[in-house]
Design a protein around this ligand. Sequence first.
Ligand code: 13P
Length: 249
Amino acid sequence: MRRKIVAANWKMNKTIPEALAFVDEIRPKLRQDEEAELVICPPFTALYSVGMAIKDTCLKLAAQDVFWEESGAYTGEVSPVMLTDLGCEYTIVGHSERRGYFKESDMDVNRKVRALLDHGIKPIVCVGETLEQREAGETDELVTRQVEMALDGVGMNDVSSVVIAYEPIWAIGTGKSASGEDANRVIGLIRKTLKAIYGDGIANSVRIQYGGSVKPDNIAEFSRQPEIDGALVGGASLKADSFLAIARG
Ligand code: 13P
């Protein structure tokens, strides 16, 4: 059985005091036996403070991006070694906002995935199509290619640590989510791609989330789908109550 994983991608939101206020609010509401694994992805600037503040809770820490080198002359970048230092268990890579605004390629995403795995950090790899690609019938081919390229060179032993997030770009921040059925279909296709590379056993152990306008009032539609193992949540993860409602929905 795959354990559901629900991650709060705060994107470029929250100062340190705001991030700590979220932790203060959520802490007393957390149960010992949360069914889902809960992950908080603050901006780099709040990783240290949030990491300290959640030490005694079940919440896990994640960064929103990483650079693949360990150290050196890469102004503005943050390495996997530094993320380990901060206690990050997970890190998002290949978010469509990074692919779009910062021109990250599938090859860049692959380098990041491998660098994280080399340092024992679990990547949350984002894939997904634009509206244009969807309308042109290119979704399946594109998503398959993104998954294959992201995992190029990733071995059998490592792939179970990888989480994949299917985030159709047209559903991100638009209030227009995919239907549960449709997300389940594409996620099933992603699992099929994993099966072709790694075999059924390993592919069945990899968790695949849905992301894109997930809210407390539509999470049930995704939770009841057999292939969907949780959610990557943007806007609705900024408030403790709505994040918890999604995590338990
Ligand atoms: P929204 O939940 O705000 O649509 O964002 C989804 C997302 O991009 C999470 O990574």
